[in-house]
Write a protein of this length. Structure first.
Length: 220
């Protein structure tokens, strides 16, 4: 790749299908530029909703020389999504923010075949919410970077049935159980054990933690 990507962005890059992709919250445009440079997409859309980041993004796209094939939008989420976009990428924000972006402009989704997300929290709620919009989980990957575990998920249009553990831990992740998935949840088990040792823990909190511990042991 001509453009160097972080581990997290590389994982998202690998999941993008060919077509027209929109990166919401595109930052410096590294992902969308890299996708275009390597013929992973035919065209791109890069979105920012704040003036400073938008100006930096616009400058980066112009400097890349790809301004004819990458549309830079000053917009809120997918509110101005072009109809030819088949993949929407929303990375690097909280789960509720991701869902708000999608649910607020649900009318923009009919032609969107794939949604790729990197939610920094409330991942189970993101899974539920996007499945409810008519998508199924087709790819999942755990990435460890800068002492943080990230879960990258690709949803494609379609139906699937998931249970509670699928939403909490990922239907593909819990099936494949790669080393980072195991390490992430073993760390959480250690954190729970530390919390359970605290004397001022309420009974209800203790029950919640014990139940979570039981669920993690079930998926490991």
């Amino acid at each position: 790749m001509k453009t160097t990507l972080s581990k997290r962005l590389s994982a998202i890059y690998d999941m993008v299908p060919y077509g027209v992709a929109c990166d919401v919250g595109a930052d410096h445009g590294k992902l969308i530029i890299s996708l275009l440079e390597n013929n992973k997409i035919s065209k791109g859309v890069a979105v920012e909703n704040k003036k400073g980041p938008f100006d930096r993004l616009n400058k980066a796209i112009i400097e890349s020389g790809h301004q004819d094939l990458i549309l830079v939008q000053f917009a809120d989420g997918i509110s101005k999504l072009p109809s030819d976009v088949n993949t929407v990428i929303i990375a690097g924000m909280g789960g509720f923010s991701i869902l708000k972006i999608l649910e607020k402009d649900i009318s923009k989704l009919p032609n969107v075949q794939s949604i790729i997300v990197d939610a920094h929290n409330s991942i189970d709620i993101v899974r539920r919410g996007i499945v409810k919009l008519g998508y199924r989980i087709v790819m999942e990957k755990v990435i460890f970077e800068d002492d943080i575990y990230y879960e990258i998920i690709r949803f494609d249009k379609g139906q699937a049935n998931y249970d509670e553990l699928d939403y909490l831990y990922g239907p593909i992740l819990r099936k494949e159980k790669d080393h980072l998935f195991i390490k992430k949840h073993q760390k959480r088990l250690n954190d729970i054990d530390s919390l359970l040792c605290k004397e001022n823990l309420s009974e209800s909190r203790k029950i919640d933690l014990e139940e979570e511990k039981e669920r993690i042991n079930e998926v490991l």
